[in-house]
Design a protein around this ligand. Sequence first.
Ligand code: NAD
Length: 296
Amino acid sequence: MNMTVGVIGLGNMGGGMAATLVRKGFAVSGYDLSGSALARAEAQGVNPVAQLDELIARVDLLILSLPKAEHVEALCLGAGGILERGRAGLLVVDTTTSTPEASRKVAAALAEKAIGFIDAPVSGGPKGAATGSMSMVIGGSDADLAKARPVLEAMSGTRVHIGPSGAGNVAKIANNLLAACHLISTAEAVSMAAKAGVDPEKLLQGLNAGSGRSGATQVMFPTWVLNKAYDSGFTMGLMRKDVGLASDLCESLGLDLPLSRQVAALWQASAETLADGEDFCCIVQRSDSQLYAKGE
Ligand code: NAD
């Protein structure tokens, strides 16, 4: 019989994950602080639960999709949370882009009560969550991963077990540092070529056939930038958080990486002109406000 699943955080990502699992035959319950997120999930077959402790008691596996590490820590270790209310044998899959320290701390605390925890941050955006095609980089034990496998396989297309607890978030932070960098460097290269008289669409075809290609040239520019849609479902606020996580990780390791430092400075400075709720692809506008102006 399929495991029963609970999803905590039914936003752009968690809402899609929950709907995917319903479609794949799992009994899914969901919890969110936002009534509208709960209602959207209910319309997709998720059983909405108003009380967190009720959800924790009801399921075999809990998926977290929360904004930040501090939300994960509060929900797992805080009053009325998973440590207090969860039973031995419960398994928590945290898909939040969080910190390696938070993952290790929560995993160690939950292990005292025989509750499993894996950090499994994701890529692929809301579309990947809604279609079950996300990729996951995973930190945790082989045993917990094996137990979670049927659910992970239903909600993602690719999974890489990176290492022990926290390793998934190290990999995710490295991934998003590169994505943040590629978005700016591609914006500059496309703007340069446009000023030299080259059509951006043609340039992208050339880049994607060459060694300059990346997620920015293959996905972000064609899907959200050049068509001026800026509707990826991933916000400036969340990407600034992720770039900040990379800066914090470098600092904690005593590393001074000049390019990463500059990328972080550009993303943090963008807060002056781009609100947290704007699409993260809007960062390209700092490179060329005319070429990358939003569509009407
Ligand atoms: P979101 O803001 O759309 O959703 C977060 C949801 O969590 C909201 O519905 C909010 O009400 C809920 N929430 C917050 N605190 C809560 C609590 N204590 N209890 C219950 N619910 C709570 O964010 P998102 O875009 O879905 O991102 C979620 C995570 O996934 C973030 O860590 C983000 O960095 C990561 N991520 C996002 C994307 C993307 O494209 N959006 C891609 C990969 C990873």
